[in-house]
Design a protein around this ligand. Structure first.
Ligand SMILES: Nc1ncnc2c1ncn2[C@@H]1O[C@H](COP(=O)(O)OP(=O)(O)O)[C@@H](O)[C@H]1O
Ligand SMILES: [Mg+2]
Length: 137
């Protein structure tokens, strides 16, 4: 797995390039602790896709959808999911079958209902470098 320890502007630049390179349909999972930078990276991916509206954390809605020139972007945060059975309520099957870029924070909450992603990203804190995050993909 490629690994890089990135500052905030470096992570944002990486995410914008990565987002621009994706071809829909594409599922991208983002694993990592609270504050590891998952939402920050999704915001950068959205910018790279050409999303112009503000991208906010879907912690309570679980899913947000953004229009973009090539294909819509879905942003899911499954942190508060009580179990895979709740996925039906958020239109999970429609999201996964859409020709879209689908970014999922806390993918482990979906259990085995998640297909193999195009990219499985892991972010983590670096104790000795609080201004950087370790990115694996
Ligand atoms: N190198 C970095 N990469 C990403 N975020 C960083 C970095 N350094 C500091 N931060 C800060 O860490 C926080 C990450 O929050 P967020 O993206 O919401 O994380 P998560 O969605 O994983 O809980 C933001 O406040 C961001 O500004
Ligand atoms: Mg988040």
């Amino acid at each position: 797995m490629p690994t890089a320890d990135l500052t905030l502007p470096e992570l944002v630049a990486w995410g914008e390039r990565f987002g621009a390179s994706l071809e829909a349909p594409a599922l991208v999972t983002l694993a990592g602790d609270l504050g590891a930078g998952k939402t920050t990276l999704v915001q950068a991916i959205c910018r790279g896709r050409g999303v112009t509206e503000p991208v906010t954390s879907p912690t309570f809605a679980l899913v947000h959808q953004y229009a973009a020139p090539a294909a819509p972007v879905y942003h899911l945060d499954l942190y508060r999911l009580k179990g895979p059975h709740e996925l039906a309520n958020i239109g999970w099957d429609d999201v996964l079958s859409a020709r879209a870029v689908v970014c999922v924070e806390w993918p482990d909450r979906a259990g085995d209902t998640l297909p193999a992603p195009a990219a499985a990203i892991e972010l983590s804190h670096i104790p000795e470098a609080p201004d950087r995050r370790r990115l694996r993909w």
